[in-house]
Design a protein around this ligand. Structure first.
Ligand SMILES: Cc1cc2nc3c(=O)[nH]c(=O)nc-3n(C[C@H](O)[C@H](O)[C@H](O)COP(=O)(O)OP(=O)(O)OC[C@H]3O[C@@H](n4cnc5c(N)ncnc54)[C@H](O)[C@@H]3O)c2cc1C
Length: 312
């Protein structure tokens, strides 16, 4: 009796912050090896003892990486305590403070000896951006820190397709291609997928494995396309046959450059009559804005909403 009362009380007072603390934790990731995949991607394989507690939920599982400044070899955070790490990190001198960036777990696996390995595919888009720069100079033995999942059912897995969804519509640019690849790998047979993938180079058209019945349209972007990139993506979606999209059994997952993602969502909801609640959309980055600037917008409440119910 006492036990069940305690359990009920604990459950009813568990806050989002409590859940986040249970679901996520700090991990030290050590670079085991790197490999170029496609023209724009560098696959970094990480290991490390702390990964024994890492539980990726698969699909578009994201995590936050802390990457050292160019003159620093390994990431060091003054605190990894859940209550103090943020203030301690933000209080570091600017030229020592690691940058925090969002990335996707492309794959988690157990190596033959039993150690856990995690692959992350970094888009190399220039040395003046901290994460891209770090990836370009990552060497075996480099150590970084991450906040990642400790339970597989966690809020950073955004892709939650209903089992009865008949048609999955996808859009991803190169930054979201690792997530799209992991989603496709997890989809069982019986799903129909129509996907538009937009990449900077012919050789970024990666071989994607899936048991689903899938059709991919690849768009190779012209250099310097800028804001007009959204037109090509919406054009490809407009040309796609999406039978049954408006009958309640379709689901869309859209991720990539924020302006393009919003344009794709508008097209699906306004022109193709897809229920807006059936669209999961995420701006992975925005032309002209660093992740710090996007986070500052989010903290100040100025960021555009990614709630499915939000206005178009
Ligand atoms: C949930 C989530 C998952 C993500 N997963 C991945 C992933 O698996 N792999 C991956 O490569 N990225 C991924 N991203 C995107 C990545 O976090 C951003 O591209 C990030 O801005 C890269 O940091 P940076 O330090 O290189 O550039 P920043 O310092 O953030 O930006 C500097 C400048 O570069 C521009 N920029 C940023 N990214 C790109 C790009 N790819 N191409 C051209 N210009 C760019 C910005 O607009 C800005 O002008 C993900 C983002 C989110 C939110």
């Amino acid at each position: 009796m006492t036990t069940s009362t305690t359990t009920a009380t604990t459950t009813s007072t568990t806050t989002d912050a409590d859940r986040a603390a249970l679901h996520f934790g700090f991990f030290e990731l050590e670079v085991l090896r790197t490999r170029r995949v496609g023209h724009s991607f560098l696959r970094v394989t990480f290991g490390g003892e702390s990964l024994a507690d890492f539980r990726s939920g698969g699909r578009d599982q994201s995590l936050s990486l802390f990457l050292p400044q160019p003159h620093v070899e390994h990431t060091v955070l003054p605190s990894t305590d859940e209550d103090t790490w943020f203030a301690a990190w933000r209080g570091m001198p600017a030229d020592e403070m690691p940058v925090m960036r969002s990335y996707t777990v492309r794959e988690q696996r157990t190596a033959p000896g039993g150690a856990v390995e995690v692959d992350i595919d970094f888009v190399l888009h220039g040395d003046s951006s901290p994460a891209s720069n770090w990836a370009g100079r990552a060497r075996e033995g480099s150590r970084i820190m991450a906040i990642g999942p400790r339970v597989a059912a966690n809020k950073s897995v955004r892709f939650q397709v209903r089992p009865d969804a008949d048609l999955l519509v996808m859009y991803a640019d190169e930054t979201a291609l690792p997530a799209a690849a992991a989603i496709l790998a997890a989809l069982p047979a019986g799903h129909r997928v129509r996907a538009v993938f937009e990449v900077p180079h012919e050789d970024d058209r990666l071989a994607l494995e899936t048991a689903a019945e899938a059709e991919f349209t690849w768009l190779v972007r012209d250099p310097g396309t800028g804001a007009a990139r959204a037109d090509a993506v919406v054009g490809a979606l407009r040309a796609a046959e999406l039978p049954g999209i408006a009958d309640g059994s379709a689901y869309a997952w859209l991720a990539g450059e924020a302006g393009t993602v919003r344009a794709a969502r508008r097209h699906l909801v306004q022109e193709r009559a897809l229920d807006r609640r059936a669209v999961r959309f995420t701006g992975y980055w925005r032309l002209g804005a660093s992740e710090e600037e996007l986070l500052a917008e989010a903290y100040s409440g100025r960021a555009p909403s990614e709630d499915p119910e939000s206005a178009l």
